[in-house]
Design a protein around this ligand. Structure first.
Ligand SMILES: Cc1ncc(COP(=O)(O)O)c(C=O)c1O
Length: 394
């Protein structure tokens, strides 16, 4: 079974495809026809790899977390995506897509953002490569991730609030899709996760796959073998997880763990744990698991972390879940907060709230003493300081 790549219509098993209004057809078809040829060309790879190395700062370290390992009596390595330029894994994809957009002759970039990391990464790539940038962001997220809003503005992007629905990530995606329909010729939509119509899930997974490529090389150097026993990552739409799992999904001995946002608890009515609560449906252009009512209305999600506050998951992950190739955990707000404080205290690293959901798996699952456990630290916690400080005070 091939987990890594979709079929020619963009399907991972029964999930994926391109469910789009007619007006978007030319854009999506243009991408479908051209993305692989462009991104696999030597000329593209030379420019992209050079930027990843000299601008983003890759390879990111694979850090053996001695104190955390001691506490959980296992061997824990952190893949330090938080050390990328702009503070998260999102730049791997944003730079790749903006380079692709330029080659397609686009002059205007739109993006959605939840935690603001993808918005900042896209605004950064646009500043560097000289393209106009518009970022849609839910009104609630604009409030809770204020430092990233300021950064986007300083980088020259226009930040447009999404004021419908729960005023979070899903609503920002809706606004961005609406914009793309109205500006089909000049504009490329830089989707920030492995969601959306084919080819976006595959395109984003390929740009993020550098994470597991490096993990393999770094493990080989450190412990003499490429495969760990476990890889763990948090899942919003699923891009850091797709990147962390990519080169391991066909390696049977590597166990895969995904952490979803449980919010106040899966049964609380305030959750974003899609694999626990979702059913087969179509959201933002692809068929996947979606949190929805019996008649197909999307249920408003909740998570303390803006980047995981999404009522769906990418088709790649829905397939891993359905086939039981990955084990999914639901991590509540409170558990993620505890893990953020624990990592800070034990290792001197302040993680993003999203990444803290992946760390919290350590409290849910018992690992053996010799297990090699790699956790993707998808981003740094600077943007979440207000939330963390509120917790310290209360
Ligand atoms: C640091 C960080 N981690 C994880 C995520 C979740 O996104 P994804 O599931 O696409 O990796 C976000 C989203 O904004 C983020 O900022």
């Amino acid at each position: 079974m091939n987990y890594k790549n979709p079929d020619e219509h963009g399907y991972y098993g029964e999930f994926g495809g391109a469910f789009i209004p007619e007006m978007l057809y030319p854009n999506v078809e243009e991408l479908q026809k051209n993305y692989l040829e462009i991104i696999e060309s030597e000329e593209f790879q030379n420019e992209y790899q050079d930027l990843l190395k000299n601008y983003v700062g890759r390879a990111t370290p694979l850090y053996f977390a001695k104190n955390l390992s001691h506490k959980y009596n296992t061997q824990i390595y952190l893949k330090r995506e938080d050390l990328n330029h702009t503070g998260a894994h999102k730049i791997n994809n944003a730079l790749g897509q903006v380079l692709l957009a330029k080659r397609l002759g686009k002059t205007r970039i739109i993006a959605e953002t939840g935690a603001g990391q993808h918005g900042v990464a896209t605004a950064t790539a646009c500043a560097l490569l000289g393209l106009e940038c518009i970022v849609y962001m839910g009104e609630i997220d604009i409030q809770r991730q204020a430092p990233n809003v300021a950064r986007m503005k300083m980088l020259g992007a226009e930040v447009i609030p999404a004021t419908s629905g729960s005023k979070t990530l899903k609503d920002a995606v809706n606004e961005a899709l609406r914009d793309w329909i109205n500006n089909p010729v000049t504009t490329h939509y830089v989707i920030g996760s492995v969601v959306g119509p084919h080819p976006f899930p595959d395109l984003v997974a390929r740009f993020q796959s550098i994470i597991s490529k490096e993990i393999r090389e770094q493990l080989k150097e450190k412990i003499g073998r490429e495969n760990p026993d476990y890889v763990i990552a948090c899942v919003g739409g699923g891009s850091n997880a797709a990147g962390t799992f990519y080169h391991f999904v066909e390696e049977k001995e590597v166990k895969i763990i995904a952490a979803e946002a449980g919010g106040l608890g899966v049964d609380s009515g305030k959750s974003a744990a899609t694999t626990f609560l979702g059913t087969l449906g179509v959201l933002h252009g692809s068929k996947s698991l979606v949190m929805q009512t019996g008649d197909g209305q999307v249920i408003e999600p909740h998570s303390i972390s803006a980047g995981l506050d999404y009522p769906g998951i990418g088709p790649f992950h829905a397939h891993l879940f359905k086939e039981k190739r990955a084990e999914f955990f639901s991590i509540n707000d409170e558990e993620a907060l505890q893990s953020a404080f624990e990592l800070t205290k034990l290792e001197g690293i302040i993680p993003a709230l999203e990444s803290s959901h992946a760390l919290a798996v350590l409290d849910k699952k018992k690992f053996k003493e010799n297990d090699i456990v790699v956790i993707c630290l998808s981003g740094r916690g600077d943007k979440d300081m207000e939330t963390y400080l509120r917790e310290i005070r209360s």
